[in-house]
Design a protein around this ligand. Structure first.
Ligand code: NDP
Length: 339
């Protein structure tokens, strides 16, 4: 029988229907507390790993909300009521809170939002935010990168990956930095950040392009995506090389099962692969902020294009977040609910 060229399939997909909007009473601040009005939400792929039927809280690294809980999120907001001697009304703070318009927080649970003159306040979530800390500490504390290294960075047009490209090339001065991103336009942007070359994983010639880009093989791989890309990069690693296992976004919305062909390379090439969470290196963040701020002043680290800011109504916050999983962002995806 003649088969149709396409068949309909129903795929598991994140939709805004995963969330529902509800109103709950907002209480006044007690002693030692502040009330914050949230202006910007940080959108983080990791949030996806905290929700879902297959999540085992003991094996996760986040707060894993139960059904009916507000979705946990990094936020940037303004103090609108204070019963704290540490914070005054109008202060701009970052905190780990949730998808909520207002939040009551302990005075110790917030940080002053890091700012750069001339930049939007949301720079506290992007160039000076958690993802840049992730790139910086991952490269240094896990990857032990050095100027003589050749390094591959996947998710290179995203928040963490884009910062990693700039730090590796423009702060550390790595010999060769190879980005991997989805689409020609994103790849050209990654090259404008300093990558020697960026390879498009959505191109039909990706495998050949990756081999060509990594001719001399790779000392350090900063992995933001896992899956097929990790599998292919494994076969390009040098003996005694290192893999910084930062994220696995290619699997967050699909089955955790991955068909790996090149795992034996870890043994034959004596590769060290180490996972990490940015909070493991909280003591290194002040040094990272100083280094990035200095590089910004010296024009070795650009904030230009490192943020995709989407103005949205509060109901649309989940819709904006879902853009992470279809590549709908360049640099940090920030939701602006300040209007
Ligand atoms: P990004 O800004 O990188 O946004 C996500 C990007 O991932 C998208 O723009 C898209 O870019 C890419 N992507 C989406 N689906 C796939 C896929 N199937 N295959 C390959 N790429 C895909 O997000 P973050 O910088 O916040 O996070 C990047 C990674 O780092 C995530 O895996 C996250 O979980 C991890 N992370 C880990 C931390 C830690 O402490 N270990 C802290 C922060 C982040 P494209 O268009 O190129 O496909």
């Amino acid at each position: 029988a003649r088969l149709p060229s396409h068949t309909p399939l129903l795929l598991l997909a994140l939709t805004p229907l995963t969330f529902r909007l509800e109103e709950k009473p907002l209480r006044e601040a007690n002693d030692g507390e502040i009330v914050v009005k949230i202006e910007y939400f940080s959108n983080d792929p990791a949030q996806r790993t905290w929700i879902g039927k297959d999540v085992v809280p003991d094996r996760a690294y986040g707060p894993c909300p139960n059904e009916g809980d507000s979705m946990p999120s990094l936020v940037l907001g303004r103090v609108v009521q204070t019963k704290s001697s540490q914070w005054k009304e109008g202060d701009l703070v970052t905190a780990f809170a949730s998808w909520s318009e207002y939040v009551v927080l302990n005075e110790k649970a917030v940080m002053a939002a890091r700012q750069i003159e001339g930049c939007s306040p949301s720079v506290a979530l992007s160039a000076l935010g958690m993802t840049t800390m992730t790139a910086y500490t991952g490269l240094h504390e896990v990857g032990h990168i050095k100027p003589e290294h050749t390094i591959v960075i996947s998710g290179a047009a995203g928040a963490t990956g884009g910062a990693a490209v700039q730090i590796a090339k423009n702060i550390v001065g790595c010999k060769r930095v190879i980005g991997i991103a989805g689409g020609a336009e994103k790849c050209r942007w990654v090259e404008s950040l300093g990558a020697d070359v960026c390879v498009d994983y959505k191109s039909s010639s990706f495998e050949e392009d990756l081999i060509k880009a990594t001719e001399g093989y790779v000392d350090v791989y900063f992995d933001n995506v896992s899956g097929r890309i990790l599998d292919l990069v494994l076969a390009r690693m040098k003996r005694f090389s290192r893999i910084i296992a930062c994220g696995a976004i290619s699997g967050y919305n699909t089955s955790r099962e991955m068909r790996m062909h090149n795992l034996f390379e870890i043994i034959s090439m004596r590769i060290t692969m180490q996972g990490f969470i940015v909070s493991d290196f909280a003591d290194k963040w002040p040094g990272a902020v100083d280094a990035v701020k200095k590089a910004i002043e010296e024009k070795r680290f650009t904030t230009e294009g490192t943020e995709t800011k989407v103005a949205a109504s509060f109901e649309d916050v989940p819709k904006v977040w879902a853009r992470l999983f279809s590549g709908g962002n360049q640099g940090k995806l920030v939701t602006d609910v300040s209007a």
